[in-house]
Design a protein around this ligand. Structure first.
Ligand code: PMP
Length: 393
């Protein structure tokens, strides 16, 4: 007879050991985490405000400033994914009633608009074609029309595979007294971004793409102009967790001698991120950009030789991290992704949001960006096209 007083008994499934397969993570994220970064994360957990951790946080800040090409003192890491960074940027920079302009040419603009609406912003969008971009003239026209306090643009639109040009937009935004917010989750480290030079006021990314760090943390940086608006708000940001005044104290960005407890930072993730940034410093940012470009060009040529079509027609607009392939005619894209997973132990994905059903997406990011891996994907796709069901119509 079970004499336990517990109404819920221990689940039998937890009596079997944890099993996680090795897998080629060639979708739009998360990417593979190399052993060196995994090992870094296995270091002892110590207090999140112990002096050793504060040193590690300072190392990370330096690494992010290098990655972002910024001298902003308010540069930190959020304890959350890319969405946390989207919310942190918008929750802090925008007050209810403020006008916000969002460039929508894929799912990330849609989500940024959704987030801004939730806090009572007046949201206007400029809507572009999937796989296309916005000219600076189009952006300026919208800035004049809507006079926003914030303009959102995804640098790497991972749902469509577009790398959006950045030059001149920051300067335009500033001309109309608007902050320039850029999502570089899918692009940073794989394509050039010069935060200060390009007049970007808020820039964020996430750990699980080019950085090859497990998902769950998100680097973000704020310009002096952004801080001026944020630290002179009439109202408190809706989120305590994402309040930049509290976060910048926790990260030692506010120049105050004492740091207050805000929340318990994910120290193991910080170890991994530090290791990732150390790897980036060893390779050099420009070499990383170049490697991503070279591998992507090689990969794209291989795809075209196979008769596949790239979704982004303009070569200059193709993301060097996430490739979108037009879902091949006559095939069910789901069968293709399932086939390469089953036969090649390799993840690629379908579209997302507005590109769902239209594309296959392949991410070769960070350590995954190599000719060997491009060849693996090409071979897997060639095999899938031979073996998956093709309709005769
Ligand atoms: N922005 C872009 C461009 C992305 O690709 C992603 C992740 N796919 C996100 C934001 C959201 O990041 P997360 O899934 O880490 O919340």
């Amino acid at each position: 007879v079970d004499m336990s007083s517990l109404a819920v008994s221990p689940p039998e499934r937890l009596r079997t050991p944890l099993m996680v397969p090795q897998r080629h993570m060639f979708g739009p994220g998360p990417s593979n985490v190399p052993p060196r970064i995994l090992r870094a994360g296995a270091n002892p957990v110590i207090g999140h405000m112990h002096p050793e951790i504060l040193e590690i946080m300072a190392d990370i800040q330096g690494g992010i400033q290098y990655l972002f090409q910024t001298r902003n003192p308010v540069t930190l890491v959020l304890s959350g994914t890319g969405h946390t960074a989207m919310e942190c940027a918008i929750f802090n920079a925008v007050e209810a009633g403020d006008s916000v302009l969002v460039a929508v040419n894929g799912v990330w603009g849609e989500r940024a608009a959704d987030i801004a609406e939730r806090i009572g912003a007046r949201v206007n969008t400029i809507v572009g074609s999937l796989g296309g971009f916005f000219t600076n003239a189009e952006i300026e026209e919208a800035l004049i029309k809507h006079r926003p306090v914030l303009f959102f643009l995804a640098h790497g639109e991972s749902s469509t595979g577009v790398l959006h040009p950045l030059d001149g937009i920051g300067q335009l935004c500033h001309k109309y007294d608007c902050l320039f917010l850029v999502d570089s989750v899918a692009s940073i480290g794989g394509a050039p971004v010069y935060m200060d030079e390009q007049g970007i006021d808020i820039l964020y990314t996430a750990s699980q793409k080019v950085l090859n760090v497990p998902p769950g943390i998100a680097p973000i940086s704020f310009s002096e102009r952004a801080c001026r608006k944020i630290f002179n708000r009439r109202t408190k940001p809706v989120s305590f967790f994402l309040d930049l005044s509290l976060l910048s104290n926790y990260w030692g960005c506010d120049g105050k001698a004492t740091r207050m407890y805000h929340h318990t930072g994910p120290v193991s993730a910080f170890y991994s991120l530090r290791e990732s940034l150390a790897i980036l410093v060893e390779e050099g940012l420009e070499s990383s950009w170049k490697r991503h470009t070279n591998v992507t060009e090689y990969f794209h040529t291989g795809l075209e030789h196979m008769g596949l079509k790239l979704f982004v027609e303009d070569k200059a607009l193709r993301l060097p991290t996430v490739t979108t392939i037009v879902a091949p005619d006559g095939y069910d894209w789901k069968e293709i992704t399932a086939y390469v997973m089953k036969r090649h132990n390799l993840e690629i994905s379908g579209g997302l949001g507005p590109s769902a059903g239209m594309v296959l997406r392949v991410g070769l990011m960070g350590c995954n960006s190599s000719i060997t891996n491009a060849d693996l994907v090409l071979a897997a796709l060639r095999d899938a096209l031979t073996h998956c069901h093709k309709s005769k119509v």
